[in-house]
Design a protein around this ligand. Structure first.
Ligand SMILES: [Zn+2]
Length: 535
């Protein structure tokens, strides 16, 4: 359909002035006219089909600027160990034992999403998993994706009791000095069946899997994401394994959303050798910023703070690189023209990342990103001055907020200071970090507006956003974070016609209902890519 009109709507355009419209038209995949019903209808050619949106709210297609799309899609085929399905160690043991009873001996049992901080009798160790099975190697991924717990059968395959900790990681031990089955951050690579060697450049989440399974996962994942209103994602950690799957899905026509890949920094030399630097690609599949890691996970107690945290001040954090090494990597990437995105959660890691960005600055505005930027503390003004974009996950405040309040005390209220960022002129970008939390954008938009934990505690309430501000963080400002604001992120003539139609009006309803806002329709490049079947 070359020309279409969508009329009778309340359209939040997310343009520069945050204007509203009643109707939009689309021609050849791009917005043609946006404005009043009369003006849009008058501009349409005679006989152009008109879809009546029934007065519903419309926003630009939602853009998740930090999302592990392939991992999320693939995880959904694993055992689900997320809270509250797994609320005790006994729940976990029962789940694994059931899987062991149904699979052939010797085959891996893989589960994801375990949050040991939520288990009153936790954390579990390898001995607990051993009670579930001795015949299968077992791998249970921590909810953060940065750590994993394995049983003795898995440990024995890969390391001996006297194995040393790798740079950027730790093999945890019990009080008697024996490995307890937990491998943290870069130590995952020592233990797990992985498809690529990432060295100490990040948590190795690139598990072995048949290529066909990965490509198939993208097809089902695309459908789920479209049903949640997502039209574009940045996959925040891509190796050869992911890029090959994306290319194949795209070739088959089963990649249903737009994907921007962030190659992990272990590939820096390979990219430098070819002269390739992002942004590169097209509107369906592209290479964007390069991803680096400074520290570990906030939800996994390995984020690096200047002042240690935890109930007993026991968490000092893990650094993937020494400061000089990180600076050298970032300088080399920037010199070739790469935009960089550095994972940094604690104030120590954020400061070190900004040092590296500043050391490698090549003049003009780099628009570099800090991924997560949980606790920027006194680095906020510097983030503004350097034009750095923090890419935040407000859903963490809901999912892990109670743990943060326990581990960080008063400092927890200064996590994700989104209001302060806006006041400093910093671009506020919201995202999910799915699989760590749900990919569903309204969960994160709700968390940014409500700033409440899972148990209802307030967390940094003075930093709450309005619904419009939160939507901008999921649309136009998300597009800005990978140089796509000229074609994505707002409803304006000439831009790609991506938009979402809500079941109920998130702009006018109660903040308490935001997370449950349904999606009526998702349009990608002018095509109806998802349509709710509910009446
Ligand atoms: Zn991530």
């Amino acid at each position: 359909m070359a020309y279409q009109v969508f009329d009778h709507a309340r359209v939040y355009t997310a343009d520069a002035s945050g204007s509203w419209a009643e109707a939009v038209s689309v021609e050849d995949g791009r917005f043609a006219a946006v404005g009043s019903s009369d003006a849009v209808r008058a501009a349409a050619p005679p006989g152009a089909p008109v879809t009546d949106l029934g007065g519903r709210a419309v926003a630009p297609g939602l853009i998740d600027a930090h999302n592990h799309f392939l991992q999320t899609s693939h995880c959904l085929t694993w055992i689900d160990a997320r809270y509250p399905g797994v609320a005790t160690v006994a729940d976990l043991v029962a789940l694994i034992a059931r899987a062991a009873a149904s699979g052939p001996a010797g085959s891996w049992i893989q589960a994801f999403g375990l949050d040991p901080a939520k288990l009153p009798d936790g954390p579990p160790t390898r001995l607990d998993l051993d009670r579930a099975t001795a015949d299968h190697p077992v791998l249970v991924r921590h909810v953060s994706g940065h750590h994993a717990l394995v049983n003795s059968a898995a440990l024995r395959r890969r390391v001996s009791e006297d194995a040393a900790d790798p740079q950027g990681g730790q093999l945890m031990r019990d009080s008697g000095g024996r490995l307890n089955g937990w491998c943290l951050d870069s130590a995952m690579q020592l233990i797990l069946p992985v498809a690529v060697d990432v060295g100490h450049h990040g948590p190795n989440i690139h598990f072995e899997a048949p290529a066909e399974d990965l490509v198939a996962a993208l097809s089902s994942g695309s459908r789920e994401y479209l049903a949640a209103g997502i039209t574009t994602v940045c996959d925040a950690q891509v190796s050869r394994r992911e890029l090959s799957a994306y290319r194949e899905a795209r070739r088959r026509g089963t990649l249903g959303i737009r994907v921007v890949c962030m190659p992990l920094s272990h590939q820096l030399d390979a990219f430098l050798a070819t002269g390739v630097a992002g942004p590169l690609g097209d509107d369906r599949l592209a290479i964007g910023p390069m991803k680096f890691y400074a520290d570990g996970a906030l939800s996994g107690n390995t984020a690096c703070f200047r002042t240690p945290y935890g109930p007993a001040g026991e968490f000092a954090g893990i650094l993937y690189h020494e400061p000089d090494e990180l600076s050298s990597l970032i300088t080399r990437a920037q010199a070739e023209g790469w935009q960089v995105g550095i994972h940094a959660q604690g104030d120590r890691a954020i400061e070190m990342s900004l040092d590296a960005i500043e050391a490698g600055a090549t003049g003009g505005s780099g628009r570099h990103r800090i991924e997560h930027a949980g606790y920027p503390a006194d680095q906020l003004e510097r983030i503004g001055r350097l034009g750095v974009i923090p890419v935040s996950q407000p859903g963490y405040l809901y999912d892990f907020g109670d743990t943060f309040l326990t581990a960080l005390g008063e400092r927890a209220h200064d996590l994700l200071p989104l209001r302060a960022e806006l006041e400093l002129g910093i671009t506020v970008v919201l995202s999910s970090d799915s699989f760590v939390t749900t990919y569903k954008p309204m969960h994160h938009i709700s968390a940014a507006v409500n700033r409440r934990t899972r148990t209802g505690q307030s967390i940094g309430a003075d930093q709450a956003l309005t619904v419009e501000e939160a939507i901008r963080g999921y649309t136009i400002d998300a597009a800005r974070s990978f140089y796509a604001e000229d074609r994505l992120g707002s409803i304006e003539p000439g831009k790609l016609a991506d938009f979402v139609v809500f079941e109920s009006d998130p702009f006018a309803g109660s903040p308490a209902d935001l997370a449950g806002t349904g999606i009526r329709m998702t349009v990608l490049g002018g095509d109806t890519a998802y349509q709710s079947t509910s009446e």
